[in-house]
Design a protein around this ligand. Structure first.
Ligand code: NAP
Length: 338
C-alpha cells in the first residue's frame, strides 16, 4: 500500500467548497524528479480557473481532467528525496518552484499537498533570507513579470501569438503597470524600477501607500481617475488585469511603444495598434528553476520583495479561495503546510 499524506483535492468542479482537505497517496519521485516536503503554497489565478473547470476559456481550449485532482503550482519547501538523474539538489536543500506549468494545466502540478514531486529543472534554490511563505508566494507571479520584462528564458512556441514575445528596454523609459497591487503587478513594478524605469502604478486606492513604498513614481487610483484619460506618451504598458478592457491603454502609448497584456484573452489589438505604431505582445509563463535561482538573489538582497496579502493553513484552502474571490488582493495569498 502506498504511503499517505494530507492534500487538498477536487472531486468535481465548482466554488471554493469543492476543495477537500483529505488523505491522498504520497508521490514518489520519478527519474529526473525531486520529492519536496512542502512548507508553503502560493496561490494564483490558474488555481481557481482549474477549480472552476476553466469556464473562462473557450471550450476547445479547456484541458481534460480526471478527478481527483490536487490543484496549485507554487511551492517552497525542503528536499526529501532525489529521483534517479535528478542530482542537482540534495536532501535537506531548501527549494522553491512553479511546478509543471503550463504542462500541468489539467491538474498535474499538485502543489496543495504536504509533498510534491517536482522535475529537477523546475527547482530554484530558495533565497536564504526569505522565509517559506514569501518564497512560495513568488514563483508564478515573479516568473511572469521576469519572462515578460527581462528574459523569456526559453524558445518554445508561443501559444498566444505567432511570434516569440520580446522584452523591451526599460532604463529611462516610462512604464505604466495596471493592476499594480496584485501578484504579478507588484513584482513587475519593482522589476521595472530596478531596471531604471519611471513607473506609473495603477490600482485601487488602498494600495497607494504600498506602491509608493515599492518605488512607484506616480500612483493612479483607478476608482477616481481613469488612467487612459490622463496618461500620454508612455513607452510600455504592462496590463496585469487584462481582458477586453486592455484596448483603452493603446492611446496612452507613444508611437514605437509596447503594450503587454498579461491576460490577453478577449483582446484583439487588430488594426488600431498598427495605426498607432504600438507593439502588442503576450506570452504564457513557463516553469524555470534556473530563473528562480537567479531572481532569488534579488529577493535575498531585498531589491525585490514579495508582499503577502494573507496566510491560511492548507486545511483552510477553501477560505483562501474565498479571500481571492473577494478581489482587491494586495500581493499574494499563501497556504502553510508544515
Ligand atoms: N500570461 C501568463 O502566463 C500569466 C501569468 C500569471 C498571471 N496571468 C494573468 O494575469 C492576471 C493577473 O494575475 P495576478 O496573479 O497578478 O492576479 P491578482 O493578484 O488577483 O491581481 C489582480 C489585481 O488587479 C487589480 N484590479 C482589479 N480590477 C482592476 C482595474 N479595473 N484596474 C486596475 N486594477 C484592477 C486588483 O486589485 P485592486 O482592484 O484593488 O487594484 C488586483 O490587485 C490574471 O488574469 C492571471 O490569470 C497570466
Amino acid at each position: 500500500m502506498s504511503e499517505m499524506m494530507k492534500a487538498v483535492r477536487l472531486h468535481a468542479f465548482g466554488g471554493p467548497e469543492v476543495l477537500v482537505y483529505e488523505d491522498a497517496p504520497k508521490p514518489r519521485p520519478k527519474a529526473g524528479e525531486v520529492l519536496v516536503r512542502v512548507h508553503a503554497v502560493g496561490l494564483n489565478p490558474p488555481d481557481w480557473y482549474l477549480r472552476d473547470g476553466y469556464r473562462m476559456l473557450p471550450p476547445e481550449w479547456r484541458p481534460r481532467v480526471s478527478f481527483p485532482i490536487i490543484p496549485g503550482t507554487d511551492i517552497s519547501g525542503v528536499v526529501e528525496a532525489v529521483g534517479d538523474g535528478a542530482g542537482t539538489v540534495a536532501v535537506s536543500d531548501e527549494v522553491y518552484a512553479m511546478v509543471r506549468f503550463p504542462a500541468g494545466l489539467a491538474g498535474d502540478s499538485r502543489a496543495y499537498a504536504e509533498y510534491v514531486s517536482v522535475p529537477a529543472s523546475e527547482l530554484g534554490i530558495k533565497p536564504r533570507r526569505v522565509d517559506h511563505v514569501h518564497a512560495a508566494a513568488a514563483p508564478m507571479s515573479l516568473l511572469t513579470a521576469w519572462q515578460f520584462l527581462v528574459d523569456l528564458g526559453h524558445d518554445e512556441p508561443n501559444p498566444l501569438q505567432p511570434d516569440q514575445h520580446r522584452p523591451v528596454p526599460l532604463a529611462g523609459r516610462t512604464v505604466l503597470v495596471n493592476g499594480a497591487g496584485g501578484g504579478v503587478g507588484h513584482l513587475a513594478l519593482q522589476i521595472a524600477k530596478w531596471k531604471g524605469a519611471h513607473v506609473i502604478a495603477v490600482a485601487s486606492g488602498r494600495h497607494g501607500a504600498l506602491l509608493r513604498d515599492l518605488g512607484a513614481d506616480e500612483v493612479i487610483d483607478y476608482t477616481r481617475t481613469k488612467p487612459e484619460e490622463v496618461v500620454r506618451g508612455a513607452d510600455l504598458v504592462i496590463d496585469a488585469v487584462g481582458g477586453p478592457a486592455t484596448r483603452r491603454f493603446l492611446p496612452t502609448l507613444k508611437r514605437g511603444g509596447a503594450l503587454f497584456p498579461i491576460f490577453p484573452l478577449g483582446f484583439d489589438a487588430g488594426m488600431e495598434a498598427a495605426e498607432l505604431g504600438v507593439t502588442v505582445s503576450a506570452t504564457q509563463v513557463r516553469s524555470n528553476g534556473a530563473q528562480l535561482t537567479e531572481i532569488g538573489r534579488l529577493l535575498d538582497a531585498g531589491t525585490i520583495r514579495v508582499v503577502i496579502d494573507s496566510v491560511f493553513p492548507l486545511a483552510d484552502a477553501r477560505k483562501a479561495h474565498e479571500r481571492a474571490a473577494g478581489g482587491h488582493v494586495q500581493g499574494k495569498i499563501v497556504l502553510t503546510a508544515a
